[in-house]
Design a protein. Structure first.
Ligand code: ARG
Length: 452
């Protein structure tokens, strides 16, 4: 029987374990059963196998499923092992299951089928993360914080404005994942090895039975392409890069005492009793490394592969699974850390005004009063050397303009610009940190979470 022939071919030799993908294939066990069922149903509908034969095969597949992955016989991969199990159960008629297909289109379909589920879960995690960011932002539209460029105090902003800067980035990560989903959701089944089949199959029907949006048309393309893995992993690597940024910020902010991480997301030292370390966020930050290694693993494995199927593809898939798992875990941890973080409003308020962070606002106030911005910039820069308070500004005015400052700008306007809270409130341009502007961003973000 075909059964005996296949077993002889996979008879072993020193490369037996090396050839096998049984370890990694556990992840597509359920997918393979679904693909087998859809294929057999289509074969029966097309009259390629009889209804009775199809019934027997479907019954055997149910048994295989009930027995579970660990009960599968030996095989080069899950596809071969399931086929062997079906033949062991119902005899040679089980071999009809593989009519008009190959493991090449079969595995490509299984990967896409399973990856869709993983993508949906990753998408759900990004939405939950965005909700956590939005909820924290709602509580902190008026909580001042220092904003940095080059890690130097730059201009005061608010915790909500900072949180929503990440919400915006994760919203785009969501779009990229949705995009990857739409191209993953196409069915290669029926491509056979790469060259199609003489049997009168119905590819649209199997695609429909498996819930795919459409088929991958060209059979050579269908069995060999893994670009959907590249897109998915690249979207995940981008997301992991976003996560590494927020993790880094939170690590820095906890170092400065601006934020207290929940004990659930911190850890202590085995020797230094006083320590509370942001280890979980360090691990989130490091996940960008896992994701980028997954992406480069895939890119280098796929590069220069000739048409059509090559066994290299077997080693490409685990790069995707590894990335999916690592990033998903990291996003959930990041969401938890954000949701439970405790912001020290007093500490943040003090810090928001440090380092003459209101200097730009003062220059803006002088420019509003009619001074050329460049002159205002020069005057404020001079004052910043003496601490940047009103007296320093006034002295700088005498030096640059030969007149006291209030000859140009009312004192209240300058005092107000020097106040971090007023400074934030004044920056109400679209997307800016003023509480009303942040409210607008917040409601757009809430809406987008619902639509996505
Ligand atoms: N397990 C293989 C994979 O992951 C599918 C096997 C196709 N084998 C073959 N010799 N064409 O790609």
């Amino acid at each position: 029987s075909g059964d005996v022939v296949r077993r002889e071919r996979f008879s072993g030799g020193p490369a037996r374990g090396f050839l096998s993908s049984m370890g990694a294939d556990k992840r597509i066990f359920e997918a393979d059963l679904a693909v087998d069922r859809a294929h057999v149903v289509m074969l029966a509908e097309q009259g390629i196998v009889s209804e009775e034969e199809a019934g027997e095969i479907l019954g055997a597949l149910d048994e295989v499923e009930a027995a579970g992955y660990d009960a599968l016989p030996e095989g080069e991969d899950v596809h071969a092992a399931i086929e062997t199990a079906v033949i062991d159960s119902i005899g040679p008629v089980g071999g009809k299951m593989h009519t008009a297909r190959s493991r090449n289109d079969e595995v490509a379909t299984c990967i896409r089928y399973r990856l869709r589920e993983d993508l949906i879960e990753a998408l759900e995690s990004t939405l939950a993360f965005r909700e956590a960011l939005v909820e924290a932002a709602e509580d902190h539209t008026e909580t001042l914080m220092p904003g940095y460029t080059h890690l130097q105090p730059a201009q005061p902003t608010t915790v909500a404005h900072w949180l929503l800067s990440y919400e915006g980035a994760v919203a785009r990560d969501t779009e990229r994942l949705l995009d990857a989903y739409s191209r993953t959701n196409r069915c290669p089944l029926g491509a056979a090895a790469f060259a199609g089949t003489p049997f009168d199959i119905d590819r649209e029907r199997t695609a429909e039975l498996l819930g795919f949006e459409s088929v991958v048309e060209n059979s050579m393309d269908a069995s060999s392409t893994r670009d959907f893995l590249l897109e998915t992993v690249s979207a995940l690597a981008t997301l992991a890069t976003t996560l590494s940024g927020i993790a880094e910020d939170l690590i820095l902010f906890s170092n400065k005492g601006y934020v207290d991480l929940s004990d659930d997301y911190a850890s202590t030292s085995s020797i230094m009793p006083q320590k509370k370390n942001p280890d979980t966020l360090e691990l989130v930050r490091a996940t960008a490394g896992d994701a980028s290694s997954g992406l480069s693993g895939l890119l280098t494995t796929l590069k220069s592969l000739p048409r059509a199927y090559n066994r290299d593809l077997q080693r490409a898939t685990p790069h995707a699974w590894g990335t999916v798992d690592a990033v998903r875990e990291a996003i959930e941890v990041a969401a938890g850390a954000v949701a439970t973080a405790d912001w020290d409003e007093g500490e943040l308020k003090t810090a928001a005004g440090e380092g003459f962070s209101t200097a730009t606002g003062v220059a803006d106030a002088l420019a509003t009063a009619g001074l050329p911005f460049r002159t205002a910039h020069e005057l404020v820069a001079l004052a910043s050397e003496d601490g940047g308070d009103y007296e320093a500004l006034d002295a700088a005015s005498e030096e640059v303009l030969d007149e006291p400052l209030d000859a140009h700008v009312p004192r209240e306007a300058v005092e107000s610009a020097l106040d971090p809270e007023e400074s934030v409130a004044s920056r109400d341009s679209q997307g800016g940190p003023a509480p009303e502007a942040v409210e607008e961003t917040l409601s757009a973000a809430r809406e987008a979470i619902v639509t996505d």
